[in-house]
Each structure stands twice: as C-alpha cells, then as structure tokens.
Design a protein around this ligand. Sequence first.
Ligand SMILES: Cc1cc2nc3c(=O)[nH]c(=O)nc-3n(C[C@H](O)[C@H](O)[C@H](O)COP(=O)(O)O)c2cc1C
Length: 384
Amino acid sequence: MTLTPALIESLLTEAASAPSAHNTQPWVPEITDCTAEVAQVRVGVDPARLLPHGDPRSEDLHLGMGCWVESLMIAAAEAGVRTESVTVRGRGPTLDIRLRLTATESMASVESTAGPTRVESALTDGSAWPRFGVADLHHRQVDRGPLKRSDPRFAEATEICRNAMAETAVRLVEVPDDAWRGWLRRAALHSYGNRSVFTETLRWLRFDTDDPAYDQDGLTAECLRIPALGARAAAALDRPWLHSWITGLASASLAPVALARAAISKYASSGRGSRIAVLPRTKRSHPHHLVLAVPDQPALTAADEVEIGRVLLRTWLTFDRHGLRVDVHSELKDSPTVRDEVATFLRGRARGHTDCQEFDRPIAAFTVGSSTTPVPRAPRLSPF
Ligand SMILES: Cc1cc2nc3c(=O)[nH]c(=O)nc-3n(C[C@H](O)[C@H](O)[C@H](O)COP(=O)(O)O)c2cc1C
C-alpha cells in the first residue's frame, strides 16, 4: 500500500458524506503532507457555515466534525490506511483537527495526541462496534418521513451501542413517546419565537430547484418531506427580501402553524428541525426515541465533543445496519425548560444505577425506526 494524494482525496470525498446540523458541511479539509508512507490531513471550519444562533456553544458543530473524522477513518481503514493519531485544538470557528495517516493493510486503530478525552475508550477498542465500511457510510440517511417501530431490531442495535459505550462517558437512554412529544411541542414553541434562530434557519432551506445551492448543501424541500405544492409556495416565499417579514411573523408568534409546517417546513418552524407533533398515535405504533446523554459536569472540551460525534455516527450506523433510520431533534437541547425536564427525566431513569446518575445532559436526540418510504438523498458540496 502506497499513499498518494489521489488516494487521500478519495478518502476526503467519502468523509464528506458525514451528517451535519442543517447540512452545513462546515469542514474544510486540506492535505498538508503526503509521502508514500505518511500523510497529514488538517481539517478546519468554514466560518460561513457556522450556526451562531442555533448552535451558540458550537456543540453541534463539534459533533458534525466528529462525524466527519469518523467517516474519514472508516473509509481509510477499508482502504488499508491506518489513522495513527487525531489531534484536536481550538473550538468553534478556530477548531483545528489534524490526522496522521499511515500506509498499512490492517484495520485502523487510533491514538489521540490531544491527551485522553473522556469518551476515547469507546473508539480505541473498535471491537465493541461493528466494523463499518464505505457502503455503510453511503447507506446511512436521516429520514424525516414516517418511521415504523421495530422492537426486535431496535433491541439488538441498542444493545450493541450500549455495550460499546459501557466504559465511556456517554449513555443511550430511551424516552417514552408521551414525554417525547410534549418536549418536542414545547421545544418548537421556544425556537419558533427566536427571531435570530429562525432567520438563520431560513438561510439553509433550499426550496427553489433553480437555486444553485439546491444540489450542494442545506435542507431541500424533498428531504424535509414537504409536498410539491407546499414547496412551490415556500419557494415563492423564500426570497431574501421576504425573510425579515416571515421572521417577523414567526417570532411574533403571529404566523399560523400552517405557515410554519407547509410553507416554511417543520425544520424551520422550530429553528432546528422540530416536528410539531399533532398526529394522534396508538400506544404501540410510535417509533422509539433516544437521547444520547453525558454528564453535565465537568464541562466537555471541544475534543470531547468531537469524540462524541464519532460515537454518534457509529450509533446511527449501527441502527442503519439493523435496517433502522434516525430522525434527529436537536431542538430538544435549545429550550432551557425542556432541557431541565430532560435532565430530571434522565436522573430519574438512572435511579438505582449509581454509575448512570450523572448522565443528565442530552447531547443528541433522535427517533429511530424503519423507513416506510424511499428517503430523498441530502445534497453534498463537491469536496474539490
Ligand atoms: C449534530 C447534528 C445535529 C442535527 N440536528 C438535526 C435536527 O435538529 N433536525 C433534523 O431534522 N436534522 C438534524 N440533523 C441531521 C442533518 O440535517 C442531516 O445529517 C443533513 O441534512 C444531511 O442529511 P443526511 O444525514 O441524510 O445525509 C443533525 C445532524 C447532526 C450531525
């Protein structure tokens, strides 16, 4: 195995399939050195692709960057390229990640030169997770359409994830449907009233198929599952000169829910991807809901959050391996009231399990189930 710039570029192309909040794809990779034996890759952040209002602490940014690192490592391992080290410095717009890749035929193992992070052991022992490949990266998708409950597949996949996370500082906790729906409703109301979050989200909606960015990034009407008629209406509304008017209506809570749902989309209505859950469901038909929880204290470093992003992608890939997709609801982290309720729930859930007591902060929240319709592909920027 000889490393070449073309080979490393092909790995960067695979890494670009990683998920990111609002599909901003904030990563800016660069090959800083490449010999036949060793390559160095640096990945920074495009400041124009940050979400300062929706993600003020850059938590989702760091998670998305972790998903990118994990995707690169999965693609590298399959190509016989070893990820020798991952170094994380800075945070938010100054985040700077360096990866050292070496030629080998063996599967990857990683050693962090940034000092041990609190979730690192989840990944140094790769054996606890399924061995993923490029086909898994391509198959994984977020599905915002109706998801079907599947108890046996869910049980099998969550057991794998929980075992792999056992020695780490993250936990996967299931949430009952009624609590989940209540939180989503309140989280939607919170984000709906936040003018800057709403305006920021509008920037990433792609309703007009003639928009040159339609095939590149952001959230298309198709991916948001907005019907053609609604998308056409939304495209007509989605003009920069109308944004302040729409935002004004939304943030003053004057906009009808119908505007938020049909014209601006579920995603925009919460600022972060909320579904205003109004459809009645029978007790057993709802899909499963999960929170990825971490201890509230001590505060996580950017390196910790990048590592958790890697765990998050592995979790979603594990569900995907079991025929299950996820519908992400980061808005649950935004409202202080909802966050407190989730924390109380997580502490109550942990009662009796002393090792889980401190895992009371949600870092990711998503619904899991099998797709019931074909899932539209989210666009990606061309990496070169
Ligand atoms: C950290 C993070 C947060 C996300 N938050 C949301 C969300 O709140 N609502 C949502 O619908 N999707 C959310 N997503 C999913 C992205 O929108 C999705 O990954 C992106 O549009 C690309 O689509 P794909 O994953 O199907 O390739 C999130 C993804 C990540 C990595």
